[in-house]
Design a protein around this ligand. Structure first.
Ligand code: ADP
Length: 162
């Protein structure tokens, strides 16, 4: 069974990685799919985010990293995937995630959304929190894969705060 793990991953965090690793044990293949979202202005380009995810998942044999634009269910059909994998952190994630899962089901009744509860240590972790800490010079080495920590450091050194 093939699962798509769609998201912004701007950048990938250890919370995302935890979901990917656990997803790899449940499914034959996990496709981590970076959404090309024209309405968001991300810190990292899609290409850079793909590179970061590839480097962080090198130890996993059944992961593919890709990007897509448009409806997730159409992308899932294209990839012959039956499952959308999503992570749940806190109660506030639940409403939006449930709405999205129901909407996707109305678009394609074959699709199932599987939620994995975050591991305790990552329940507070988001890409936004990581960017906020890095922007003000805090260490994020315990929150993101090593390469991402370096990329963030470089990013904010090149564009220092005013
Ligand atoms: P999106 O813009 O689609 O929410 P994100 O990159 O923020 O993209 O998140 C992708 C998925 O990963 C979502 O299902 C989100 O709930 C989940 N996720 C994000 N951070 C964590 C975390 N720390 N632990 C578990 N799941 C997470």
């Amino acid at each position: 069974m093939i699962a798509i793990y769609p998201g912004s991953f701007d950048p990938i965090t250890l919370g995302h990685l935890d979901i990917i690793e656990r997803g790899c044990k449940l499914f034959d293949q996990v496709i981590v799919a970076v959404l090309r979202n024209p309405s968001k202005s991300p810190l990292f380009t899609v290409q850079k985010r793909i590179e970061q995810i590839r480097l962080s998942t090198q130890h996993l044999t059944n992961v593919e990293v890709d990007s897509f634009i448009g409806l997730t269910v159409e992308y899932a059909k294209l990839k012959k995937a039956q499952v959308l994998l999503r992570g749940l952190r806190v109660l506030s994630d639940f409403e939006g995630e449930l709405q999205m899962a129901h909407t996707n089901k109305t678009l394609w009744h074959e699709i199932e959304t599987v939620f994995l509860a975050t591991s305790n240590e990552y329940s507070f972790l988001s890409s936004s929190v990581v960017k906020e800490v890095a922007k003000f010079g805090g260490s994020v080495a315990h929150l993101v894969p090593q390469q991402v920590a370096l990329d963030l450091c470089q990013c904010y050194t090149e564009t220092p705060l005013e």
